[in-house]
Design a protein around this ligand. Sequence first.
Ligand SMILES: Cc1cc2nc3c(=O)[nH]c(=O)nc-3n(C[C@H](O)[C@H](O)[C@H](O)COP(=O)(O)OP(=O)(O)OC[C@H]3O[C@@H](n4cnc5c(N)ncnc54)[C@H](O)[C@@H]3O)c2cc1C
Length: 490
Amino acid sequence: MRTGSNYLAALRDGRQVYLGSKLVSNVTTDPAFSNTAKSFARVYDLKGSADHIDDMSFSEDGQRYSAWFLMPKSKEDLFKRAHAHQSVAQWTHGLMGRSPDHVASYLVGMCMQPELFEGKNGVWLSHLKNYLDYIKKRDLFVCYLVLSPHSSRPPARPEKEYPSLRVVAEDSEGITVHGVKTLGTAAVFSDEALVGCMMPLGAGQENEAVTFAVPIATAGIKVFVRKSYEAQAQNKVDSYFSSQFDESDAVMTFDHVRIPWERVFTYKNLEVTRDMYYKTPAHIMGNHQANWRFLTKFKLINGIAYESAKLGGLLSLPPIQQTLGTLAAAEAAIEGLISSQIHNFETLPSGYVHINRRYMYATLSWCANNYYQIAEDVRTLLGSGPFLLPADASILNDGETGSMFDLCWDSPGADARLRYKFVRLAWDFLGSEFASRQTQYERFYGGPPHVMSLYNFLQCPWQEREASINTILESMESVESTEKEEMHHE
Ligand SMILES: Cc1cc2nc3c(=O)[nH]c(=O)nc-3n(C[C@H](O)[C@H](O)[C@H](O)COP(=O)(O)OP(=O)(O)OC[C@H]3O[C@@H](n4cnc5c(N)ncnc54)[C@H](O)[C@@H]3O)c2cc1C
């Protein structure tokens, strides 16, 4: 299986990553990305280590593959996959939304429902299956960009030089794509990108209805990343998380990029280009990973809540216990809901099984709608703590200021240095600009709030709900007879 150093070596491939106007020549050494690249490399090392390899991989044809490539045929397979998602999340503190197990789970889900593709024009299931096999054998890390840029919104501007990505030419060997796609979280750290359309397209947009996979280091592709929080981080004490778990987000531009046919999965089929996410188990298998990751993050935040109360000497206060109890109840409820997605698995005609669709969407919605409040509640517990600390950890290493700090910043619950490390860690997770991006991520990664509600609306068996009301209505006296009875009484 792939090691961390194999992974890092693959990132040194001449990819065109832009940090502002600067072209980053090597993401594995650049101060904006190198620590986070190492965090992903560590995932590869840990999962292949003697302690984890059995749980983190499965055997097929005498080879071992990462568990997230397992096509599940039983509840046990689903639990194996879940264990792998949880381990990756723990090794990255739930901060890497698009870790290598995320898009891989989408691709597995797409291949679980072949009947969606059969007999349809402009879709190539064999290409998709071969691609999954290709990344499985090489243990590749794939990100995805499945949205059009805001610049492509109406009114249409046909003269735009860089429109929403579309096919501009095709021949016997493949297609040529040109334009812009958003938003590639972890694109900088990925080997490849899956490019597609998760939002519906209308008639006339057939050239945009394309799904393909491409190496990030392909000629003509540029990766424009947002501000790097890793680059801003002071050191691993003052910025423990942002200095090494900043997965990055990027817009990718394609300048007449050639894609061979074997890497094209859909083209000109408006329906399947979107349905391949929602009508197969792709969306739910990918977001099941996201649910486990969220839980890991939630547990860490609850750890911060408890520690904050303890170090502040507030743990015995009933209102503080009430806050912690409410957080604990939510954490347990979400863990139960995620586990129940597996216990209530569903079986497909192909024989594959997937997690419970309805329970997954309920979890996804809950997580998106509640993260902000959870983070806010725990920030509230921190009080003025983050602003009582000196500017940075250099004070600790200086003889004179270090002793002053030890004397003046201690508390009955903890010595000053422990308290310093804890409060910095808590603020990096919940209050910094990096934390703010986390809040936005949790709100939007699964789609905007109104779409999240729509998923849940569509999953509910409304007819059953309606039937139970109708049964009561039918059992009631008719309005006329009630009126007569009332008149009689009068
Ligand atoms: C940090 C982060 C990482 C992401 N990573 C990825 C990724 O890896 N891959 C990827 O493809 N995408 C990614 N996304 C994109 C994500 O899927 C979108 O943010 C999401 O679909 C919302 O689209 P938008 O950002 O364009 O918001 P907009 O569509 O511009 O919406 C802006 C606001 O208006 C509201 N709104 C818009 N239309 C309506 C409506 N009809 N009714 C009611 N309210 C409406 C939205 O809810 C939102 O609050 C990421 C987003 C974020 C924030």
